[in-house]
Design a protein around this ligand. Structure first.
Ligand SMILES: Cc1cc2nc3c(=O)[nH]c(=O)nc-3n(C[C@H](O)[C@H](O)[C@H](O)COP(=O)(O)OP(=O)(O)OC[C@H]3O[C@@H](n4cnc5c(N)ncnc54)[C@H](O)[C@@H]3O)c2cc1C
Length: 480
């Protein structure tokens, strides 16, 4: 059974901060406030939302227009869910308002014609420490990619492995026409260097663009174009390699010490597990916050909700709008999901476009890695298109042209879905501050991948940090 990891402050009653539990020792005036809202709920504005136990009807005669739950969280992505889990575990009353029809934000999965499609191609890097804090990793039934990559050179496929982990890949990696022997030795040196460093130490290293870092390490342009650029443009959604080198090195470390995987039942299962651990009624979907005034939010339908604290856990651009903060920028990405009736390669490695032959930078034969993603006897492939190319109008036909070069005539590519995600990740340019404050002031907080690193790790960690800050402030102590 997937389980919540240990909250920073522990979960036994003695360890919890002395904060009022919902409907326990409330003053008459607070109860009256609360009833005002229950009556509004009963009038129909949110009657589709199951009421949390603490918001059940309390008979009293006073009706006031305001309510004050402990915390309103805006946005039920990984950050908002982690924040809500932490706060409810500490005994606070929480309302988690989500604009869309479900939880997960950028981490959701859907069934389409018997195939399991994530919203965009994503993987879970098992070495991210936050994952084992929140999830029972065994219960996720992870399906693992093989380390290394298969690279399309323009005329053939070749393999680059990680000989430190998979010695059998050593001869093919050495023979591969991708990069010189010197490049391969540099790669080994880089793997050894990121394996040695800790994440905090790497995040303190001098920052520059990923491209500048790669040049500094001495890799040949050919090796960059054939291997590093298609690999990291896919992970960082960054074909120009302009993202912070701190981020690049952290990801390299995660790839070197852990595995790349997907849960058997889709990436969206991560969000579902987090949501399942919340008290009933905390999550309210189809509830878009239009603006904020102090710790009061106004929804698009005009309803106002007040709380002692508000946490904005939306993606960067929405947070910038709601909190009137600078926009952290957006890296777009697209994914095209294909029912490839004939598996072209039987390959559990990621496939990279080392020939720079079009907008698709990598391809995964996902059903070879996770058979649960496709009906028996069928192949599910996903093509990833990071960067501005994701927004081009003739995207699908350009990717088909590329695939036709890779597998001339061998496979029938039936498009299942095209996902275009204008905000895939925040920009994360150097200098990267991976631990930006979550306090905005006056009872307002912000979390999400734009406050840390643009990843599941960053989103979960920032959600937990925001929760810790809320608790510390409500208790009158100080936590960063
Ligand atoms: C295609 C793709 C591939 C990726 N690949 C990886 C990967 O391989 N590994 C990895 O670690 N990370 C990856 N990421 C990044 C990772 O998915 C994100 O960093 C993380 O999910 C962000 O979570 P979040 O909670 O910060 O934001 P979000 O998931 O964006 O959640 C924000 C939520 O706020 C809601 N919201 C917004 N505005 C409002 C409003 N006004 N009112 C109410 N609700 C609102 C949104 O609907 C959304 O549900 C990828 C992202 C994408 C898109």
């Amino acid at each position: 059974m997937p389980a919540l990891g240990t909250p920073a402050w522990g979960s036994s009653p003695e360890e919890r901060p002395s904060i009022r539990r919902p409907d326990e020792s409330r003053s008459a005036i607070e109860i009256a406030f609360s009833v005002g809202v229950h009556l509004r709920m009963l009038r129909g504005s949110v009657t589709n939302v199951p009421l949390a136990p603490h918001r059940r009807f309390v008979p009293t005669f006073t009706i006031l227009p305001e309510v004050s739950d402990d915390v309103v969280i805006v946005g039920a992505g990984m950050a908002g869910l982690a924040c809500a889990r932490s706060l409810t575990a500490a005994g606070l009353s929480v309302r988690l308002l989500e604009a869309s029809d479900g939880v997960g934000g950028r981490v959701r999965s859907d069934m389409v014609d018997g195939f399991r499609l994530d919203r965009g191609f994503q993987i879970l890097l098992t070495a991210y420490p936050e994952l084992s804090r929140w999830f029972d990793m065994n219960a996720l039934q992870l399906r693992r990619f093989q380390a290394g990559a298969t690279i399309w050179t323009g005329s053939t496929f070749t393999t680059i492995g990680d000989p430190l982990r998979s010695p059998k890949d050593f001869p093919s990696t050495l023979r591969s026409p991708v990069g010189s022997i010197a490049d391969k030795l540099r790669l080994l040196r880089l793997i050894a260097s990121v394996r040695r460093g800790s994440v905090p130490e790497i995040l303190r290293r001098p920052d520059m663009s990923t491209r500048a870092k790669i040049e500094k390490l001495g890799f040949s342009e050919r090796f960059v174009n054939q291997f590093l650029q298609p690999l990291f443009s896919g992970i960082q959604l960054d074909p120009e390699l302009e993202v912070s080198s701190r981020r690049f090195e952290v990801i390299f470390r995660m790839l070197a010490i852990g595995e790349s995987a997907v849960p058997a039942v889709g990436m969206g299962s991560l969000s579902d597990i987090l949501a399942a651990g919340l008290p009933r009624g905390v999550v309210e979907c189809n509830r878009t916050v239009a603006e904020m005034d102090g710790t009061t939010v106004r929804l698009v339908d005009g309803e106002r909700i007040s709380a002692r604290s508000v946490v904005v856990a939306t993606q960067g651009p929405s947070a910038a709008h709601l909190l009137k903060m600078p926009d952290p920028g957006s890296r777009p990405v697209a994914a095209i999901w294909f029912d490839a009736t004939l598996d072209p390669l039987r390959n559990k490695k990621i496939l990279l476009d080392g020939a720079q032959s079009g907008p698709m930078k990598n391809l995964a034969i996902l059903s070879d890695v996770a058979p649960e993603y496709a009906p028996v006897g069928r192949s599910l492939c996903v093509a990833a298109i990071p960067g501005a190319a994701a927004l081009m109008p003739d995207l699908e036909s350009s990717v088909r042209t590329q695939l036709e070069q890779w597998h001339p005539g061998s496979t029938k590519w039936e498009t299942l879905r095209v996902d275009v995600i204008p905000h895939g990740q925040p920009l994360q340019l150097p200098p990267l501050d991976p631990r930006r404050t979550v306090r905005v002031g006056d009872g307002r907080y912000v979390c999400g991948d734009h406050r840390d690193t643009a990843s599941l790790q960053g989103a979960l960690f920032s959600g937990r940090r925001a929760a810790a800050a809320v608790l510390a402030d409500l208790r009158g102590s100080s936590v960063n």
